[in-house]
Design a protein around this ligand. Sequence first.
Ligand code: ADP
Ligand code: S3P
Ligand code: MG
Length: 427
Amino acid sequence: MLPQNDLTFGLVGRKLGHSWSPQIHEMLGSAPYSLVELEPQEVEGFLRGGSWQGLNVTIPYKAVAAQVAGQTSERVRRLGVANTLVRRPDGTIFAENTDVLGFSWMLERFCRNSLCAEACEALRGAKALVLGSGGASQAVQMALRETSANVVVISRSGEERYETILERHADARLIVNATPVGMYPNCPATPIEPDVLQKMDDLAGVLDVVYNPERTGICLAAERLGIPSESGLAMLVSQAFWSSRLFQREALDDSLVETIEKDLRSRMRNIVLIGMPGVGKTTSGRQLARLLKRPFVDLDDAFELEIGSSPAEFIRSKGEASFRRRESEIAASYAERSGFVIACGGGIVTRPENYDLLHQNGTLVYLDRPIDALSTSGRPISQNRGVAELARERGPLYESWADLRLGCTGSPAGDAAAIASELGLTH
Ligand SMILES: Nc1ncnc2c1ncn2[C@@H]1O[C@H](COP(=O)(O)OP(=O)(O)O)[C@@H](O)[C@H]1O
Ligand SMILES: O=C(O)C1=C[C@@H](OP(=O)(O)O)[C@@H](O)[C@H](O)C1
Ligand SMILES: [Mg+2]
């Protein structure tokens, strides 16, 4: 049964399980905001009928949305697709494409913060590669052309292909991923290999329209090369802001975009505890999760659940190398999720690839205390190699991976409170 009669605001699409739009629109004041999943044959009737006031429309229905509208913006006329429909007081439907406005907003802020110039100035005549040629790409292309950038669209086939990027476009200044590659749960993954980015000497920025995970694969690769990057959360919030303004027919405060973005980032980001074995990651992590009312996972417990033996038993019977491989698989499957407190095993830092897994969606917190206070019981690696040697080897890794280092306070409850306070998280 469709919520035809009592729908005020909502999002229409085919599969919407992943959507963050209800939370965002509710913060913007467009409530109640419902998710409406429709089959293709139901869409036109729903959009034309019903008593809705304002709708967002997502794939695969953005073209139908443009067609049902009696009046459209210039952007929608040019693109042929709309993501926002507003019912006017006289009953007619107006269509807008706020994806373009959302991307422009993100681009403008990125250029100001990372390229030290307005987008028009930073990108005029500069080569901007847009990866992908679907709906999101159309919106990105339009926004980029408004800055007078020289836009090149890269697809899987045709003249401009991924294989020929370096031959033809090693001089690119900006790359925007407008494909779904790297989107949760297939992450981290990147549409362009890091060594291709490395060979682009003029590359000054990388943007992604994908917003989950918080740092997509292409952004992680750019970050490693020291190239400024940003995934698509700001675009998501900004397009919702422009839609909500139309829904409510009034100016909303511009600062709402960054307030909501910040709130979502802090709620969705994982808090990941790293540090020496026995320092208290498991115990303090559990307390922290309770304090913040977040889900908790201890990767060693997850290992035991999945593999059927504890890390200690597994290391004793199969060896450390084999344990590390399975540990990375377990880390990958939890670290891509959002909003968790995650306690790692002490040796997580011994594999460099684990960094991207944990960092893509997480703030890494290094718990530290004097090594003579560390428990070694049930920890075969600490017992065999000695805590001092482990600390020499791993200390610099914990340091370099950490976003925050915290000296233990003397109790797990104290550590949990200190982490929450350092990260500015209220409870
Ligand atoms: N802040 C702390 N101060 C003192 N002891 C602690 C603290 N945090 C944890 N412990 C104790 O240290 C031991 C190891 O803690 P655990 O959480 O298993 O460490 P890890 O997961 O880092 O290996 C446990 O007995 C725990 O109760
Ligand atoms: O330091 C290590 O190499 C290990 C630490 C353990 O976790 P804790 O740090 O929670 O003890 C566990 O993953 C395994 O025994 C290996
Ligand atoms: Mg532990």
